[in-house]
Design a protein around this ligand. Structure first.
Ligand SMILES: Cc1cc2nc3c(=O)[nH]c(=O)nc-3n(C[C@H](O)[C@H](O)[C@H](O)COP(=O)(O)OP(=O)(O)OC[C@H]3O[C@@H](n4cnc5c(N)ncnc54)[C@H](O)[C@@H]3O)c2cc1C
Length: 435
């Protein structure tokens, strides 16, 4: 990236923290509005978790389906994602990076994008609007200033003045203590390794309130005992087919309706100690090993986990399956195994833990992405988007890229309006003062 230019930026309209899907979509909106934007990214490359994904931007068909998929009481901003999806996809399509045609089903809408190329095109737009993207860089301190905020970068004595800040650093899951507290000590990270709550902490230093009662997260069941080595593992080890299996906890009991889907099964397991056993039939195994699924990846996840040292097994009867579960240190699951989900003699087993992609409890915010303080009042000039924003989802999951895109673009537009007011770009300097 053009470090020379970003080094010389001292007064900007908007600072965006984080160059993942939310931060880049926010920057696309601020740059489109004519705001001089500096994006600060702690990793050496841009893209965040989106760069590890398949690039499928999807959500549910309507708000009725949203309510079924996520009945949680803290699900507050999911409606904005569902309602704003089409225009966010249209804006992304404007970068000329859509792959294939849009897909619509009874419950879902989706469009795949070449996201790395999208982000490069957004970066060009940010540069051509007078701003820049600074990678391998962390903001150490933010304080109210004369014209908004003063931002200090780590390792630098210089400060950057900005009218507004958008916090889009991707949640808190990369902090092992947060993950252990939410999903159990054996849970694993399933996202970029930089989203450790740094942006949320900075916002809290300015008085932001967070919703720690929302303990939800997006994730997938992972085989116990396998340390993911790459972004590929994040997809290859995710046990999507738990939807058709039987999940038992350490007491050998079923505790959730597995048909609700793997992300919800993962949240449920976290609430039941974060250590379980997933069992599935031969028929499910055959389907799962040949179905490309939502991420277009054909892989036999049971064999892949076995070859990577995961705790998996195969039994030729329910009695043998129960013996294996007991040998793994769990209570007798025999009562949980008499279900039509395990018809046929062969049973596949995997000891499973939650893989955490991103946390749902973050910064309290309005629908426009304005960050709220502990009293519920707007903190002027401070915005948030994506996984840092609290309460997009709570007990379910209806698309992470769509959530980041919609909330990012919304926060970007609001931050640009705050920074620029109604004045023409040539006539303005940075204009608003934080009381
Ligand atoms: C393997 C995988 C596959 C996925 N597949 C899909 C899919 O097909 N469809 C879908 O909808 N969703 C998918 N997701 C989820 C989706 O990628 C995320 O929900 C979404 O990208 C989150 O975007 P974000 O910008 O909020 O956070 P992030 O992507 O986490 O971006 C945050 C950025 O901020 C940076 N950062 C962190 N701390 C700081 C700091 N203090 N200062 C500056 N920068 C900081 C990080 O390095 C990162 O670049 C997938 C996720 C993974 C991991």
């Amino acid at each position: 990236m053009d470090l020379e230019r970003t080094d010389s930026l001292r007064h900007v309209d908007v600072v965006v923290l984080g160059a993942g899907m939310a931060g880049m979509c926010a920057a696309a909106a601020t740059a489109a509005a004519g705001a001089i934007t500096l994006v600060v990214e702690s990793a050496t490359t841009i893209g965040g978790s989106a760069a590890l994904s398949h690039g499928t931007v999807w959500t549910v068909r309507d708000t009725d389906v949203l309510a079924q998929e996520d009945p949680g009481k803290y699900q507050k901003h999911g409606n904005s994602v569902v309602v704003g999806f089409d225009s966010a996809v249209a804006e992304l399509s404007g970068f000329g990076t859509a792959l294939g045609e849009p897909v619509e089903s009874r419950r879902r809408r989706a469009q795949r994008f070449d996201l790395p190329l999208t982000f490069l095109r957004i970066a060009q737009k940010v540069h051509s609007s007078g701003g820049g993207i600074r990678t391998a860089c962390v903001v150490d301190q933010v304080a109210p200033g004369e014209t908004g905020y003063r931002v200090r970068l780590r390792g630098s004595r210089d400060e950057i003045e900005t009218s507004s800040i958008i916090v889009a650093t991707g949640g808190r899951q990369a902090d092992p203590s947060v993950r252990a507290e939410l999903a159990g000590p054996a849970s694993v990270l399933r996202s970029n390794e930089h989203s450790d709550g740094g942006g949320i902490d900075l916002a809290c230093s300015l008085g932001a309130g967070i919703n720690s009662a929302n303990r939800g997260f997006y994730g997938h069941l992972f085989p116990h005992g396998v340390a993911p080595l790459s972004g590929f593992d994040y997809r290859a080890l995710a046990l999507y087919h738990s939807t058709y299996g039987v999940l038992v906890d350490r007491n050998g009991q079923r505790f959730t309706d597995e048909s609700a889907g793997d992300p919800r099964n993962t949240i449920a397991l976290a609430a039941h100690g974060g250590d379980g056993v997933l069992l599935w039939s031969q028929a499910t195994q055959e389907r799962a090993a040949t179905d490309p699924g939502p991420i277009d990846l054909v892989i036999d996840r049971w064999s892949y986990a076995r070859d990577r040292g995961g705790q998996v097994a195969r039994a030729e009867s329910l009695d043998e399956a129960a013996r294996i579960v007991r040998a793994w240190g769990f209570a007798d699951p025999a009562g949980a195994l008499t279900t039509s989900r395990l018809t046929g003699s062969t049973v596949f087993l995997a000891r499973v833990v939650p893989g955490v992609t991103y946390t749902y409890g973050g910064l309290n915010a309005t629908y426009q992405g304005e960050v709220l303080d502990g009293n519920g009042d707007v903190i002027p000039g401070l915005f948030t988007a994506g996984a840092d924003m609290s309460d997009i989802y709570h007990e379910g999951y209806c698309g992470g890229l769509s959530a980041a895109a919609v909330t990012g673009m919304t926060a970007g537009r609001a931050a640009a309006t705050w920074a620029l007011g109604d004045t023409e770009p040539a006539a303005r300097s940075t204009i608003k003062t934080v009381p």
